[in-house]
Design a protein around this ligand. Structure first.
Ligand SMILES: Cc1cc2nc3c(=O)[nH]c(=O)nc-3n(C[C@H](O)[C@H](O)[C@H](O)COP(=O)(O)OP(=O)(O)OC[C@H]3O[C@@H](n4cnc5c(N)ncnc54)[C@H](O)[C@@H]3O)c2cc1C
Length: 417
C-alpha cells in the first residue's frame, strides 16, 4: 500500500511564524507557537493522516486525533465475522502506538460542531479545541428511507455491534428461512462489499450449516452488479442467490422485517427471516455540520484534499467527493497525499503536482476463496481530477484468500502501528 507520490521524505522541521492557540482541552500540553492539526476520526484515513503528519513533520507540528471510540473496529474483513472466520476482537485496534511512537494526542469523544471563524471545535465532553488545520476523516453516514430500528434490521456496514447483531440473526436461521439484503445506489462504502456479503452468507448457510432450502435475495438499486460483475454473477449462480437489479427501497417495517420496494415502477413487498438493508450513503454528519459538503459529499482539491468551500479544512476517506472508491486502502492513500499537502502548505512549499493514490479490495466469496480488485489513480491536470491510471483484478481462489490476510495485515500495520 504505497502512495507513489513524493514519499521520499523531506524535512519539514523549519516552520516559521505559524500561529496557533493550541488545544484548550484539560490535561493537554498547551503550545502556542507550533501549528496544531486536528484530525476528526481515527479510522483508516484519519489514523494514517495523523501518523504521517508526525512521521514527516516531527516536532514542527502538534497533531491531535479526536475519535469517538477508544477502540476502532475495521469494517474490512468484517463479512468474515458472519461466517465465524473472524471475531470482532480480531478486527479491533487501539491507539496506543499512535500516541507512544509518534506523539499524537488522543481525545476520545465526539466532535459536535465546528466554529470556522474561530477555528474551534465543540466536543461532546464539554470542552473545546482550537485548530490551525482541520482534517475531517469521519467516514460516512446513512440516509434511511424511514425511521426503523437498526437493531432489528441491521445494516452491518459500520463494524462492531452491528456485525454481531447480523451474525446472531443469521445463526438463528433454520433451513428454509430467507435472508434478504439491499444494496444502495453508488457511490457507497466498499463497492464489492455487498456482493461479497451475499456470497459469504449463501456459502455459510449451504456449506457450513448444511441448509439446502434457504433463500438468499439481493435487491440492488444499481442497474447491474457495480464491480467484479463476472465473478459475482458466477458465484450467485453457483449459490442460487436471487439477484434483482434496479430496485428502490421505499419502506422498511422492522417489526415484521418486511421490505417494500419498487421494481419496474411496480410496488412490491417481501417479508424475510433476516433483513439486511444497507441504506443510501452520504458524508459523515460532521462534514454537513461544518458546511463543507455540496450535496451528499465533500468537494475537495485533489492535490491536497482541502475543501474547495473553506480553506484550512481537509476531507479524506469515505466523505470526500472525488469519485475515487470509498475504501480503507484508498483512505490510507489519500491520507498521505493530504499529510504531505498540509506540511507543504505550512512550510510555504508548492503542492506536489502529480499525486497518485491506489485502492485494493479483497472479497471473500466463501470461507476458503477470495477475489481482488485494485486501481491506481493519478491526477489529471486538464480535468482537475483523479482518473484511473491502471487497474487489475483476480478471480476467486484459495491462494487469493491467503493473500487477503497479508494485504489487510499490511494495511492495518501502516494505519495503526
Ligand atoms: C463489509 C466491508 C468490507 C470492506 N472491505 C474493504 C476492502 O477490502 N478494502 C478496502 O479498502 N475497504 C474496504 N471496506 C471499506 C472501508 O472499511 C471504509 O472505506 C473505510 O473504513 C473508510 O475509512 P474512513 O477513515 O473514511 O472512515 P471510518 O473507517 O468509518 O472511520 C471514521 C471514524 O471517525 C469517527 N467519527 C465519526 N464522526 C465523528 C465525530 N463527529 N467525532 C469523533 N469521531 C468521529 C468514527 O467513530 C470512526 O472511527 C469495507 C467495508 C465493509 C463494510
Amino acid at each position: 500500500m504505497k502512495t507513489t507520490h513524493s514519499n521520499s521524505r523531506r524535512n519539514f522541521m523549519k516552520f516559521v511564524g505559524a500561529s496557533s492557540l493550541f488545544a484548550v482541552t484539560p490535561g493537554m500540553a498547551a503550545d502556542t507557537t507550533t501549528p496544531h492539526i486536528v484530525v476528526v476520526g481515527g479510522g483508516f484515513s484519519g489514523a494514517t493522516c495523523a501518523k504521517y503528519l508526525k512521521m514527516w513533520g516531527g516536532s514542527s507540528v502538534n497533531v491531535t486525533i479526536i475519535e469517538a471510540n477508544p477502540t476502532y473496529v475495521s469494517p474490512i474483513l468484517s463479512n468474515l465475522v458472519l461466517n465465524g472466520q473472524k471475531t470482532i476482537s480480531d478486527l479491533s485496534f487501539t491507539y496506543g502506538d499512535l500516541s507512544s511512537k509518534y506523539g499524537i494526542n488522543m481525545i476520545h469523544t465526539t466532535v459536535d460542531s465546528v466554529d470556522k471563524n474561530n477555528q474551534t471545535l465543540a466536543l461532546a465532553n464539554g470542552s473545546s479545541v482550537k485548530y490551525d488545520k482541520l482534517v475531517l476523516a469521519a467516514g460516512m453516514d446513512f440516509i434511511q428511507v424511514n425511521d426503523y430500528d437498526i437493531t432489528k434490521v441491521p445494516h452491518a456496514w459500520k463494524a462492531g455491534e452491528q456485525i454481531d447483531l447480523l451474525k446472531a440473526q443469521i445463526d438463528a436461521m433454520v433451513d428454509g428461512d430467507t435472508f434478504t439484503m439491499t444494496i444502495p445506489p453508488a457511490p457507497y462504502r466498499c463497492p464489492p462489499g455487498p456482493y461479497e456479503r451475499a456470497c459469504v452468507v449463501a456459502d455459510y448457510l449451504k456449506n457450513n450449516k448444511g441448509f439446502n432450502n434457504c433463500k438468499v435475495n439481493v435487491f440492488d438499486a444499481n442497474a447491474n452488479i457495480t464491480i467484479e460483475e463476472e465473478t459475482f454473477t458466477a458465484k450467485f449462480a453457483e449459490y442460487g442467490v436471487v439477484y434483482t437489479p434496479s430496485t428502490t427501497v421505499t419502506n422498511v417495517d422492522d417489526s415484521t422485517r418486511t421490505l417494500t420496494y419498487t421494481e419496474n415502477d411496480e410496488s412490491k413487498t417481501l417479508t424475510s427471516t433476516v433483513l439486511n438493508v444497507i441504506p443510501k450513503q452520504k458524508a459523515a454528519s460532521i462534514v454537513f455540520t461544518a458546511g463543507v459538503n455540496t450535496g451528499n459529499w465533500a468537494p475537495i482539491n485533489p492535490l491536497s484534499y482541502e475543501s474547495v468551500l473553506t480553506s484550512g479544512i481537509y476531507i479524506i476517506g469515505d466523505s470526500q467527493g472525488t469519485g475515487q472508491p470509498k475504501a480503507g486502502h484508498m483512505g490510507n492513500s489519500e491520507a498521505k497525499v493530504c499529510a504531505d499537502a498540509i506540511l507543504r502548505t505550512l512550510n510555504g512549499v508548492t503542492l506536489y503536482a502529480s499525486p497518485k493514490t491506489n485502492s485494493a479490495c479483497y472479497s471473500p466469496t466463501s470461507s476458503t476463496e477470495a477475489s481482488w480488485i485494485t486501481a491506481v489513480f493519478k491526477y489529471d491536470a486538464n480535468e482537475n481530477k483523479m482518473v484511473i491510471a491502471n487497474k487489475g483484478s483476480g478471480a476467486p481462489s484459495t491462494s487469493n484468500y491467503g493473500k487477503m490476510f497479508s494485504w489487510s495485515g499490511n494495511l492495518f500495520t501502516d494505519t495503526f502501528s
